[in-house]
Design a protein around this ligand. Structure first.
Ligand SMILES: Nc1ncnc2c1ncn2[C@@H]1O[C@H](COP(=O)(O)OP(=O)(O)OP(=O)(O)O)[C@@H](O)[C@H]1O
Ligand SMILES: [Mg+2]
Length: 343
């Protein structure tokens, strides 16, 4: 079982991610825009693209397009015309600080946060993930099983630990502030702190320049910790399962966000991501229809279908692209990621 940092992609998987045809891969290699390695898969020696080479490819495209310094002194500099012909070259995210949120439990926040940050880092973005839930499910999804031995945001907000000391690396281009059960006790001490809702945004601001994207997974409550993350965020991604109770809770979620906007005099961009959709179920169709009718401006075009691959990815603590790059889970996460990053 490969962990995120050891991922390798077949040419077909790379071509899908880069939105190019497979024939273009040799052209990219000749131009010095893409590095491949030979790996034994079973008995066959195959051409593969490592995670780091995929990240370097996207990073170079982005930097090259904007005419800045190239990451590697390859033929990339001379590759202007090739770059212009290529399918997909990711920009910097429109909203740097984002959170996944819903006061209702079990809607898929941790699953989608984990898949989103891994996908964004595959696109060459430098990402910081923050686990704000004592259950530590984002940490587990990112293959951190010893979170109880690490500092958490509790130490930063309550014990004045510098935020840098709570950050661990979980893969190339992907850092994490993990969470453990101790974080469940943060509400009372945080309530007693001065400037309690600003402490998290001030801490995040101290490291923001090192990252292209900062994403938090939150606990299923209207807690002070979540309120602090609303103050820190530019974009709130509300994950709504396409079932009646999840839809019912949406008014409470939207009211909580509006209250925070008034209290802290800030405008938040809100996106609602329909999750666990099953087009064979009438109830799923009805809830998606209601969501789009009532929250037309906020609802994402991307819908995440219920998918065994996403559950399997959680079990294997890896990206869904490692489980089944061609399945609906991967297609949905790719569409969701692009929409949350660039729209
Ligand atoms: N699109 C999906 N298809 C299939 N299973 C999913 C999907 N999204 C989430 N799940 C599964 O649903 C369960 C709950 O997901 P998750 O833990 O991400 O929810 P959550 O909102 O973070 O929960 P909590 O509120 O407790 O933090 C997990 O077992 C996860 O694997
Ligand atoms: Mg969760």
């Amino acid at each position: 079982m490969a962990s995120f940092r050891d991922l390798c992609f077949t040419p077909a998987e790379f071509a899908t991610a880069a939105k190019i045809s497979r024939d273009q891969i040799s052209l990219l290699e000749n131009e010095g825009l893409l590095k491949t390695v030979r790996r034994k898969v079973g008995n066959v020696d195959r051409k593969m693209i490592t995670l780091e080479d995929m990240q370097a490819y996207f990073r170079n495209l982005r930097i090259g397009r904007h005419g800045d310094r190239m990451e590697t002194p390859t033929g990339a500099e001379a590759a202007g015309p090739v770059i212009n012909k290529l399918g997909f070259s990711p920009e910097l995210p429109k909203h740097k600080v984002q959170m996944f949120y819903n006061v209702k439990g079990g809607t898929g926040k941790s699953t989608l946060t984990a898949q989103y940050v891994m996908r964004a880092s595959m696109l060459g973005l430098n990402v910081l993930a923050i686990d704000l839930d004592g259950q530590g499910h984002l940490s587990v999804n990112l293959d951190v099983l010893d979170a109880h031995e690490h500092a958490t945001i509790y130490d930063v907000l309550i014990n004045d630990l510098p935020i840098e000391n709570a950050i661990m690396n979980v893969g190339p281009g992907l850092d994490l502030i993990p969470a453990n059960l101790g974080l469940c006790n943060i509400e009372i001490p945080l309530n007693n702190k001065t400037r309690r809702e600003y402490r998290l945004s001030e801490a995040v601001a101290r490291v923001a320049e090192h990252y292209d994207l900062i994403v938090a997974d939150t606990n299923p409550a209207a807690s002070i910790l979540n309120g602090s993350m609303l103050v820190a965020s530019d974009l709130v991604n509300v994950v709504c399962a396409t079932n009646p109770l999840s839809f019912h809770g949406m008014s409470l979620v939207m009211t909580t966000i509006e209250q925070m906007e008034r209290e802290f005099r800030k405008q938040l961009e809100v996106k609602i991501i329909p999750n666990m959709y099953d087009n064979r179920e009438v109830i799923s169709q009805e809830v998606l229809g209601e969501l789009r009718a009532q929250f037309s401006e906020n609802c994402t075009r991307a819908v995440v279908n219920r998918s065994a691959d996403l559950n399997e990815a959680t079990k294997r603590r890896t990206t869904v692209f490692d489980v089944n790059a061609k399945g609906s889970g991967s297609t949905d996460i790719q569409a969701m990621t692009e929409e949350l990053l660039f729209n």
